[in-house]
Every structure is written in C-alpha cells, then in structure tokens.
Design a binder for this molecule. Structure first.
Ligand SMILES: Nc1ncnc2c1ncn2[C@@H]1O[C@H](COP(=O)(O)OP(=O)(O)OP(=O)(O)O)[C@@H](O)[C@H]1O
Length: 616
C-alpha cells in the first residue's frame, strides 16, 4: 500500500504553526503567505506574530475581512476529517498577541524595509487584526459612506409626494414607498429584503421617480456582481418600462464591466477616484455577493453627488471573496438623524404600531437615518415558508423544529433514509420536462425546469452534488452517458458555467434541451419568453440533476429538496439553510436529521469585519 503525501500538510512550517496545520485550521497557503511575509521583512518575527498573521490570512480565505483577536480560537473546521480537538491547540492568550503585534515589524515596519502587512484596530468589542490591504479598503468604504451621508440631494417635496402616491398606491405603512423615498432623498440607500419582497419592483419605481424629476438626460447605471444577476435585473426593469414610462433601452451590466475592468490586469479598473463614473444614479442588485474589495472600488469611482442604491438580501450566503458588506451596512451603527424631508413625505408610514407587522420598529426607524430599509412583505411564496425562513434567519432553532413538525403542507423534514418523496417528485418533474422537450414546446419545458430542484451544500461526499446527481439520474432513468460531453437528449437540464456576452447566456443560467424541427436545441428562459441556442453555441455547460445551494442563489423554484449536510460540516450554517429554504415558492423538503437542522440554524457565519462597529 502506498501512502499519498498529504498536500495540506506543510513540510517546512514554523514549529509554532505545525499543530494548527495538522488540525486543519491553517492551510498550506496560509502558512506560505505568513512565512513569505516574514522572509520579506528580513527581521526576526515572533512565533505568536507569525501565527496571528497566518490566522489573518486564513480569515480572508474564509471570507472574513479581519480576525477578532479575543476570539482567535473560535474557528470551525471539519473535525472528523482531521480528528483533532481544536481546544487542545496551543492558542495564544489574546493580550499576548496584542502585545507581540504592537511591537512587531509586521505592524511597525522595520529598518530593513517598510513592509507593514498587518494592521491592528481598536473597537469597543475588542481588537481586530487585519491584513493591511483589507483595513485600508474598509476604511475607504467607511470614509466615503460617511462623507456621502453628510449632505442630501435637494428634492421638491410636492413632486416627491405626488410621485410616491402615484407609484406606491398601497395604504400605509408601505415599506416599498419608504424605500423609494429614501433612494430619492439620499445619496446612499440600502434596500434589503428576502426573495419576492418587491426589491426590483421598488427599484423600477425609483427609476420612474428619478426620470420624472430629472428627465431623460438622467444617467443611470444598473449593475450586479454577476452577468446572470445583471441580465435578470435588466429583464425585470425592461418588462416594467412601458407601464412606468421608463426609457426602453435601459441596460444592466456587471460591476466589473461598469468599472471598466481590464482583462489581464486584475487590480485596475478604468474608473476610479481619478476617472469617476459619469452616472447620476447607480443601482446595484444582488449586493450580498459584492466583496469588500469590489465595494471599495465602486465607492471610489462614484461622483460624490451621484445616488447609489444597494439592493439585496443580507441574510443570504455572502460573496465568495472576503467581506459581507451588505450585511455589515444593514447592521452598521447609524449616527445621522432621519432626513426631515422623509418625516414630511412619509408621516403615515413612520407611525409605530407594534400590532402591525409592516410598521417600522424604533430601531428600523432609526436606521432610515443611515439610508437603510428592509422590505418584509413577501409577495411570491407561501406564508408558512416565510415563517420558516424568518425563524431560521432569527436563529430560533426551537421554532424551526416546531414548524417543521407541525404538518404544514408547505414544508417537511424527512429522514435521510426515506427518499420516497424526493424520488417521486424528481421523477414527476423529469417526466414533465421530457414530454414538453420531446414535443418541441420550450415554454412548457422551461416551466418544467422550475418545478423542482435538488439542492446540496457540498459538491462531494454522500451529501454532495455528485452523489445526488447520480442518484437522480438512476431515478429518472437518464441515459448512462448523460454526463458525457455532447450527449444531449430532450429534457436534459443544463447548467451554464461561464459567461458568454455574445449569446447573452451567463454562468449560473439553466436551460433545457428541446427537440424543435427535428434538431436538438437548448432553451433558456428570458423574461416571459425564451431563447433557443444550438448546443455548439454554448461555451460551457454541464448537465444538472442537483446543484449547490451557492449556485442556486438568485433563482426560485416551485419546490426544492435540500440535502442537509452532516452536523459536523463547516458549511452547515444559518445562511445556507435560509438561502436554500427561500429558493422555494410552494414546497420545501429538508432531507436530514433534526440535530443537523438545529446545528445549522444555531451556526451563524461569522464574517468578522470592522464595518459594523466604531474602529479607531
Ligand atoms: N407593491 C406591489 N404590488 C403588486 N405586486 C408587487 C408589489 N411588489 C412586488 N410585487 C410583485 O411581487 C413579485 C416579486 O417582486 P420582485 O421581483 O420585485 O421581488 P424581489 O424582491 O426583487 O425578488 P428577488 O429577490 O427574488 O428577485 C413580482 O411579481 C412583483 O411584480
């Protein structure tokens, strides 16, 4: 038997880092970066500082912007894989870490060179350790947002009142009306809300109010972090353009393209503080997926007097890169009072009423001063799914378990050994898809594609996409070569894995193979219509019988079956469950144990950042 070398283990790690590497806390990359920084600084680096630096690199790798020094040891690792109890590791005392850092060349620089890769910030909740680059980005975001909050655009109260009444006729309190007023009367607005709460509906009406106010010369940019989200935003706004009197040619783009990304030059954009974007209004959708770095670049590139409207769901899984900026902005302390104009135009919407779920709470009212509003009235899915999602969001695991056990037809928790329900639903959905596709009916085939989706947290392992895809293929009797490149069959569901601006098909789009006029084509939904492409026109697409929850963000299905990973999985978090549950409009099936659901609801992703607090 040969023993494969484990490439996660670093052979030449500093002794202070070895136990953390063996326990799976520090990856090879964390160690290499920390040790390279030490080499570059050309001075002796204390072991505690080296460890702290490696943990700061790790934090960024896992999505945090910094490390909370007082909570250094609160890390999550798949313990079963590494088998080491993390509490037995030689965690340094936080006070010692701070003392060592404070006199370290990593913070202070050294005679041998000016390299200062780390930054230690003080906050009321304790010290935060940053890779300096991220501290500077965060600082820039803070400064620019504070600067933008110091003044307000001038608005005509009478015109705004009339416009709000026209576009938001519902009775008070109407949070959408509040959101639109905020976006019109402030430079920076955050419109938060779960799926189907009318965020895009509100954005379209904000555009209408702004065009009414400034006329057709208003320069608007609609953007999103991914090509697919941008295409969805564009479609949604265009579908409402006629009714709202918006210009018909409004387009949306990715943030990268908006800022003038230069291929081959990862860190530079055509638009920055020296060459600002020309727009009067910039709307960003799906902001939860925007990283700290991207947000700092965007804010840098905005003219001080251009409106910025950030839209998204702060409770969903955050960006792949470091930062959870949207969630941070929603939770950020507010220092500004509510704008007097809003008090005037929104008086009936601002009345507090504990008995009315739609009324703003005192805290939410205060947050209007910071330009933040959360939409809560769900218009797309069932009341009970909304309750379940809220209980998950609030971290109330007792209520989640109670709801799951209450026999509501909208959701169920099923034992991992009882696959009858998921199998039947998979088979029924595939049959519907297959019939429509064989009959050359793209509309019905695309509707079929939305009926049911199997979602997993992992890619690999017994709760992963690979395993469940194979299982689903067996259930539906898919051709044995269905996963091979180029073996298409009518009714085959496909997932696009790369952006293609020529065809307007984006990474994350799903389509279905249909037979039309004797040829196999791939249909993609586009608004209320569809687009047909020959398979050879697809740059990159794979069959999709199950999908990761990450991938499913931005999509909704009538029904979802969610494979809950084992309790010990580091991926099993509140955000993951919330994202999975809110993909469904009619029915959610959670496949897993009660203990795993509880573990997920109780584990909130800790993306450390200084944006939520006062940093000095
Ligand atoms: N005030 C309203 N009156 C009537 N219909 C509304 C209103 N607000 C939203 N809707 C409808 O509710 C549905 C969901 O709205 P919308 O797509 O704007 O939500 P969203 O928050 O952008 O959802 P997602 O995050 O999933 O994109 C749409 O069909 C929209 O037309």
């Amino acid at each position: 038997m040969s023993i494969e070398p484990d490439n996660r283990i670093v052979q030449r790690a500093h002794p202070a880092l070895v136990p953390f590497n063996l326990a799976g806390v520090l990856s090879a990359a964390d160690i290499h970066v920390a040790q390279t920084l030490a080499t570059l600084s050309r001075t002796e680096i204390e072991p505690t500082v080296l460890l702290a630096a490696a943990l700061a690199v790790r934090a960024v790798r896992l999505g945090s912007v910094c490390v909370e020094v007082d909570r250094l040891s609160e890390v999550a690792v798949d313990t079963e894989e590494f088998g080491i109890d993390l509490s037995t590791l030689p965690w340094p005392d936080p006070a010692e870490v701070v003392a060592a850092l404070t006199k370290s060349p990593f913070l202070m620089g050294a005679d041998s060179g000016p390299l200062r890769p780390l930054h230690l910030a003080k906050t009321p909740e304790g010290p935060l350790l940053y890779l300096r680059r991220y501290f500077l980005q965060e600082q820039r975001i803070r400064e620019l947002l504070d600067e933008r909050a110091r003044s307000h655009p001038s608005v005509e109260v009478g015109k705004l009142t009339t416009g709000l009444a026209r576009h938001f006729p519902d009775a008070a309190p109407d949070r959408q009306r509040v959101a639109a007023a905020l976006a019109t009367a402030g430079w920076t607005t955050v419109i938060a809300g779960g799926p189907g709460t009318g965020k895009t509906h509100t954005v379209a009406r904000v555009l209408a109010l702004m065009f009414d106010e400034y006329g057709p010369q208003l320069r608007v940019a609609l953007a999103a972090p991914t090509g697919r989200a941008a295409a969805q935003l564009e479609e949604s706004v265009r579908s409402q353009a006629g009714a709202l009197g918006l210009p018909e040619h409004l387009t949306a783009t990715t943030l990268h393209r908006l800022l003038g990304w230069k291929p081959g030059n990862r860190s530079r954009f055509a638009h920055d503080a020296n060459n600002r974007l020309p727009h009067d209004l910039v709307v960003v959708d799906e902001t939860s997926m925007v990283s700290l770095t991207m947000m700092s670049r965007l804010l840098d590139a905005l003219r001080p007097h251009s409106r910025l409207v950030l839209v998204g769901d702060p409770d969903q899984l955050a960006s792949v890169d470091a930062g959870a900026v949207l969630a941070d902005l929603v939770a950020r302390p507010v220092s500004q009072p509510i704008h007097p104009v809003l008090e005037e135009v929104l008086a009936p919407d601002l009345v507090e009423d504990a008995a009315d779920d739609d009324a703003l709470t005192t805290d939410e009212r205060d947050r209007l001063g910071g330009g933040v509003i959360r939409l809560t009235k769900v218009r797309r899915f069932g009341e009970q799914i909304k309750r379940l999602a809220s209980a998950v969001r609030e971290g109330d695991s007792d209520l989640v378990i109670e709801l799951l056990g209450a026999g509501h037809p909208e959701f169920e928790l099923v034992d991992p050994d009882d696959l009858t329900g998921v199998r039947d639903e998979t088979v029924t959905a595939a049959a519907r898809l297959g019939e429509a596709a064989a009959a050359g009916d793209p509309r019905s085939a695309l509707e079929g594609l939305q009926t049911h989706r199997l979602l997993c947290a992992h890619r690999e392992g017994s709760s992963g996409v690979e395993f469940w895809s194979r299982l689903a293929m067996e259930w539906i009797d898919a051709p044995a070569d269905a996963l091979d490149a180029g073996s298409w069959y009518p009714g085959q569901p496909l997932l696009v894995t790369a952006n293609d601006y020529d065809t307007g098909i984006f990474n994350g789009d799903t389509g279905v193979v249909v037979r039309t006029e004797g040829r196999l084509m791939v249909a993609f939904a586009r608004g209320s219509s569809w687009k047909l492409l020959h398979p050879s026109q697809l740059v990159a697409a794979v069959p999709v019988y199950a999908m990761t929850i990450h991938r499913s963000q931005g999509s909704q299905y009538e029904s979802v079956s969610v494979v809950i990973p084992p309790e010990r999985s580091a991926l099993l978090t509140r955000e993951l469950l919330y994202t999975a549950i809110t993909r469904a409009s009619r029915h959610v099936r959670l496949i897993g144990t009660e203990a795993a659901v509880r573990a997920g609801v109780d584990r909130k992703v800790l993306r450390a950042s200084g944006l939520r607090t006062q940093v000095s």
